[in-house]
Design a protein around this ligand. Structure first.
Ligand code: CA
Length: 222
């Protein structure tokens, strides 16, 4: 297995390297968030271990960026804090599992193996909502047997809403999750994309599957 370790504390990075090399894993180390993301995008790793607290960009942001760019490398998040909030944030950002520091060597290795194993299994990643089928691996959308041609952002937006069918999301939520940047208070980009998406779905014969929730935002109807 080839593992990326992103950790700014040299003693911790070296300890993790020693643990993994004892098991004949190949290990690359990045010591800040920018180079960590760069390594992750450039090379095919079997798994990545990301520390949360890092200079330049934190582990959450690396995971979020990587997932937004369709990098599926399994991610194990290392957190010094044991707050439930950090764990939830980590998983929300696309991490597969987390480990609270300090950890035992056996636990690190077991979790790493588990996430890497899960990733190599063929997974059928399809979101179905009534006659709508969103094929996440093929990045295709079919409504009632008819293909719906969507741009990359429209696809991510529809996939996200369909995965979370029945839940209303604010424009700020959607901006943060789909576009990965902070809401500037004036952007109507979400509305623009939602209306494009509705138009394309309507053309394929779908009714109003994305509804406006007054005072909240949008949701995908179950
Ligand atoms: Ca750190």
């Amino acid at each position: 297995m080839r593992i990326l370790v992103v950790e700014d504390s040299i003693p911790v990075a070296n300890a993790v390297r020693a643990m993994l090399e004892r098991r004949k894993y190949a290990v690359d180390i990045a010591i800040d968030g920018d180079s960590g993301l760069e390594f992750l995008l450039r090379d095919a790793y079997d798994a990545a271990i990301l520390d949360v607290g890092l200079p330049r960009r934190d582990g959450f942001e690396i995971a979020r960026r990587a997932r937004a760019l369709s990098i599926t490398t399994p991610i194990l998040m290392l957190t010094a804090r044991d707050g439930i909030e950090d764990r939830v944030t980590g998983l929300d950002c696309g991490a597969d599992d987390y480990l609270v520091k300090p950890f035992a060597e056996e636990e690190l290795v077991a979790r790493l193996r588990a996430i890497a194993r899960r990733a190599t299994r063929p997974i059928v990643d399809q979101v179905t909502a009534g006659p709508l089928v969103v094929d996440v691996s093929a990045r295709s959308v079919v409504y009632d047997g008819k293909p719906v041609d969507l741009g990359a952002t429209e696809f991510r937006l529809l996939e996200f809403l369909a995965r979370n069918a029945g839940i209303a999301f604010s424009r700020t939520d959607l901006l943060e999750r789909i576009w990965d940047y902070e809401f500037d208070g004036s952007s109507n980009i979400v509305d623009v994309y939602v209306s494009q998406l509705r138009r394309k779905l309507k053309k394929a014969g779908a009714g109003d599957v994305i509804t406006t929730v007054w005072g909240v935002g949008y949701k995908f109807e179950k």
